[in-house]
Design a protein around this ligand. Sequence first.
Ligand SMILES: Cc1ncc(COP(=O)(O)O)c(C=O)c1O
Length: 518
Amino acid sequence: MEEELNQVAPLYEALRRYREKKDASFHVPGHKNGQALRGDERAILDLARVMEIDVTEITGTDDLHHPEGVIREAQGLAAAQFGAEETFFLVGGSTAGNLALILSVCTAPGDVLLVQRNVHKSVIHGLMLAGAHAVFLAPQQDAGSGLATIPSEAAVREALRRYPGAKGLLLTHPSYYGMGAPLRPLAELCHAHGVPLLVDEAHGAHFGQHPALPESALAAGADGVVQSTHKMLTALTMGAMLHVQGGLLDRALLRQRLAMLQSSSPSYPIMASLDLSRSLLGTQGPAFFEGGLAAAAHLRRGLAKLPRFGVVAPPGASGRAAAYTIQDPLKLVIFDASAALTGYKLQERLEAEGCVPEMSDDRHVVLALGPGSTMEDADRLLQALVRIAADAEQMGNAAAGLSPDPVLADELSTWNITADEANLSEVSEPVPFGLTPLRPTEIEAISTQESIGRQAAEMIIPYPPGIPLLYPGEIITEAVGQQLMKLRDSGAKCQGPADPQLRTIQVKKRESQAYTCT
Ligand SMILES: Cc1ncc(COP(=O)(O)O)c(C=O)c1O
C-alpha cells in the first residue's frame, strides 16, 4: 500500500494528463501552454515544454491556498515522507517559509523571538515584517575551521531563562557548509518552556533520508521546519517545503500567513517538481543517494592523497566540545592547506577547470554533491585539483597570482560572527526590528575604517550565503569592521550597501536617537 502511494505523484500526473489532453487554453498564463514560443528560435531551451504544464487553478489542478484535490494529496504524501504532521508546498523558496514561520509566532509588535545570529537574510526580513524584538544567540565556533554552527545548549538555556515570554527559538541547521550539532537537546529545552523550535533546514532537505545522512530537524523534535527542496534535493529553483508537527504552532494562522506571502498564482511546474522530488525519495528510498554518497566518498579518498588540500571535518570523539559534530557527507568544504590560495581564488581556479563550486569564502570552497552526482564528476574535480596544485607549486605561489598574505587558519570566515571575536555577548539584549526607514537626514556615509563603533544604517549581506554581516541599527564592532575592510579589499560580492565597493558605509548620524532596526 505504502509502496503504491510512493509511486504516485498526483500533482505531477495531473499536469501530465493536462499536457497530453492538449485542450485549447482560454485561461492564464498568456503563453497558452507554450504556444506563444513555438517557432521562436530561442525556444531551444525547451521553455515551451515547461509551459505545457504551466497551468493555473483550473478543474482538476486544485488550489495551493485551499487544497482539496491533487495538491492536498501531494502535500499529505510529502508529510509522510519527511515525517511531518502537515506539509505546505512553498513556491517562494525557504524565504517564504521563514517569513511565514516568524509571522505566525510573532503576532504582535514587540514579541520576542530567540534567534541564532548567523541567519539568512530572510529571517532578518521576517523580524522586520513582524516588528519583533530579536534576542540574538551567538553561534558556537569550530576551533579548527573558524566556522560557526548553532548556539550552545547553555546559551539557549540562559536565553529561555532570561526571556520567559519569548515566542520561540529559530535556528539554522545545517549551515551552508553542511555543518551542525545535535538539535535534540535544544528542542527539549524549548519544549520544557512550552515554546516551539523553528529550524531553517534550507540546506538539509535530504537529512534523514539515508542512514549515512544526519538526523532531520523534525526527527530531532523541531516544531516548524523549512527546507529548500531545490537545494539538496531535486525540485525546481524556488521549490521548498514547510513541515510542522505538534501543537505549539497555530496552523490556521500559518496558513493565513502563507496565503499573504505567496502568490495567488503559484507555479505548477515548481509544485509538480516538489511532488516528483518526494516521489523519487519514496520509490527509490535510500538507494536514491547511493551514487552521490559514493562520489563524495571517492572525492574524500582522493583528497586524502592530495596534501595540498584540506577537508573540514568534525574534530572527532576525543576532540573539542560539541560545537561541530555533524557534517553533511554530501557537502565537502575544502581549503588550500598551504594557505596561499584563498577560497575565492581556489573557486576561480576550479571554475577555469570546468568545475563550478557552490560558494567560497576567504579560506574555504564549498562543494555540494547530490543524488545526481557521479564518479566522473568526482574524478574531474580531483584531476582539476591535481593540476591546480601542480601549477601553484611549479610557478611558486606569488608568481601563480596567489595571495601574498597567508590567510590565518583561525581567521573568522566572512559571515561567521562569534561572541568572542565580535565582542558580542552570547545572549543579546532584545533588538527591536521594524519597517520604518531612517530619514535621509539621519544617515551619513563614512569611510569603512571610520565606521567602527558606529550604528549601521544599512544591511550588508555577503552573497552567498546571504547571512547579514550587519543589520541596520547594529553597532559595528572592531571585528566586524575588520571583516568589512577584508570584504572591501577582496572584492567580495555584497547585497545591501549603497556603496557596493564598501569604500563607505552608511551609518546613523551621531545626533540621531536610537532607533528600530529596519
Ligand atoms: C540558510 C538559508 N536559509 C534560507 C535560504 C533561502 O532559501 P531560498 O533560496 O530557498 O529562498 C537560504 C538561501 O541560500 C539559506 O542559505
